[in-house]
Design a binder for this molecule. Structure first.
Ligand code: ADP
Length: 483
């Protein structure tokens, strides 16, 4: 079986969120089950400037987008058995410092950029077809959602086996919506601009192409697969998802324990393991010093690493901290960036509680590991969370997660309050400040009982979310259409 995976991010080359972690890990895991996995990625500036072995191929192509004709080239990285093809157009990708957004605003030509990527990747595959024909096209998120449609109507596959297409929803909120007037860029027959196809609520909606035309749909946790079929969490697309429920599978993302592992991570002040957690004490001191907080072991050090977005429930964190900090032995550290208003609110909060709060606005893989290791409890009060990775990283790092009961968080954390024998974290069920505070207060209480907390922490460290189980489930989905 040969699989081509299409995505707009891939760790370690380029990352803004969990999508990159998944695309970075899944291909290598799939190779335990199948012969060949290639990845197609835009060639961004981060990749060009990173320390990677990129080679230029001889493949070139020309594409018509609306009234323009654009040239494309292809570069390549060989990554432990996986070929990563980088689709290049200097002006669309390498010229930009950021992936999708500049100064808080989407690039005005994002539609052109990702139509170019989809069509370019398919053009490259057509050129390569003598040597390789794929059985599966696995597309991720709206940036690649046109691929199932283009593949289905392509002349190229009229006399050949058309690859089966799988479309994975990493977050239903990001649908790739554009004004309908931009439709000509897609170079599709006019009939596709209708509510039956790519139009949704008066906009051109790229995700709909994936939802309608992919042979199979997946999303990143079983609970989220159910939630997106409801009006509340279906982001305007619940009807179409309900229609396709027979082909919609929830597969929880795995964790790459070769990267997220406190025994091995090179970023930590001290390494530690389930058998010997003493290094975690050093990691806590490191973080308290890093953020200029009093170095005290008896204070519950909470924290989070996140995109600062509405989805992530940061309003609950801010409100709960305001109430709890004055009265409790509690500290909080944050690494994140995104919504400028939220950034300012956290910076203001730090000014108000300089001995209890540390804030770093930015993106840093190293600090993300250091925070995961140094804190006692990880806060993840997301309004909704398709899968969530930091809760799973936290479990392995012995940092007890405090999470809202939603999506992949509900599938990964077991509530200590209702299951004292099996529990691995604290769950709150209603998305309110009061419920979140109650969970935090419970954590503060248990933290005082040292041996009980240690048990809880170690139970979390034993949890196993390794990729092999998830990769097996993807193989099952692929096999549905392969004879
Ligand atoms: P999402 O994909 O919605 O952002 P996930 O929990 O699925 O959320 O994945 C987030 C990933 O991005 C994790 O690997 C997390 O550590 C990382 N991340 C988020 N913000 C930052 C940041 N400011 N610095 C470093 N890593 C970050």
């Amino acid at each position: 079986m040969r699989v081509a995976l299409f995505a707009s991010e891939m760790d370690p080359y380029v990352k803004t969120g969990g999508l990159a972690d998944v695309v970075g890990s899944l291909p290598k895991e799939l190779l335990s089950y199948i012969n060949n996995v290639d990845v197609f990625l835009p060639f961004y500036r981060d990749i060009e400037r990173g320390n990677f072995q990129v080679t230029k191929t001889k493949i070139e192509f020309k594409l018509k987008l609306g009234s323009k004709t654009l040239n494309g080239q292809v570069y390549k990285i060989e990554d432990r058995g996986v070929s990563v093809y980088l689709i290049d157009n200097y002006h669309l990708f390498r010229k930009r410092s950021d992936l999708y957004v500049r100064g808080g605003k989407d690039y005005p030509d994002n539609l052109e950029r990702f139509v170019f990527f989809c069509k370019g990747a398919l053009a490259v595959i057509e050129q390569l077809s003598l040597e390789q024909s794929y059985d599966i096209f696995h597309c991720h998120d709206w940036q690649t959602a046109l691929i199932p449609l283009y593949t289905q109507i392509s002349d190229f596959y009229k006399n050949r086996n058309r690859p089966m297409t799988v479309y994975t929803i990493h977050n239903l909120a990001y649908q790739g919506k554009f004004p309908k007037s931009k439709f000509p860029i897609l170079q599709l027959p006019r009939k596709y601009l209708s509510p039956n196809y790519l139009e949704s609520w008066g906009k051109l909606n790229l995700m709909k192409a994936g939802l309608k035309f992919a042979d199979e749909l997946t999303t990143v946790s079983p609970t989220y697969a159910k939630e997106i079929q409801t009006k509340e969490l279906g982001a305007g697309l619940h009807d179409i998802l309900t229609t396709r429920k027979k082909n919609l599978t929830g597969i929880l993302n795995g964790v790459d324990y070769s990267i997220w592992n406190p025994e091995k991570s090179s970023h930590l002040a001290a390494n530690y393991s389930l058998a010997d957690t003493s290094g975690k004490v050093e990691c806590k001191k490191f973080i308290q010093k890093y953020f200029s907080l009093p170095v005290e072991s008896d204070v519950l050090l909470t924290g989070l690493v996140s995109r600062l977005a509405w989805q992530k429930g940061m309003n609950l964190v801010i409100a709960a901290l305001k109430d709890l900090l004055p009265e409790h032995q509690l500290q909080f550290v944050l690494l994140g960036s995104g919504d400028t208003k939220l950034e300012e609110e956290f910076l203001d909060l730090r000014k108000r509680f300089p001995n209890q709060i540390g804030v770093k606005i930015g993106f840093s893989q190293a600090l993300a590991h250091q925070i995961e290791a140094g804190i006692d409890a990880f806060l993840m009060p997301s309004r909704y969370e398709p899968c969530g990775l930091n809760d799973k990283y936290s479990l392995r790092y012995g940092s007890v997660p405090i999470v809202h009961h939603t999506g992949g968080l509900a599938d990964s954390v077991i509530d200590y309050q209702t299951h004292p024998i099996r529990g691995t974290g604290f769950i709150f069920y209603e998305f309110t400040v009061e419920s979140f505070k109650e969970a935090m207060i419970n954590a503060l209480k248990i933290f005082q009982r040292k041996s009980e907390w240690a048990e809880l922490m170690k139970r979390g460290m034993k949890q196993d979310f390794s990729w092999s189980k998830s990769a097996e489930q993807y193989i099952e989905v692929y096999k549905r259409h392969i004879k």
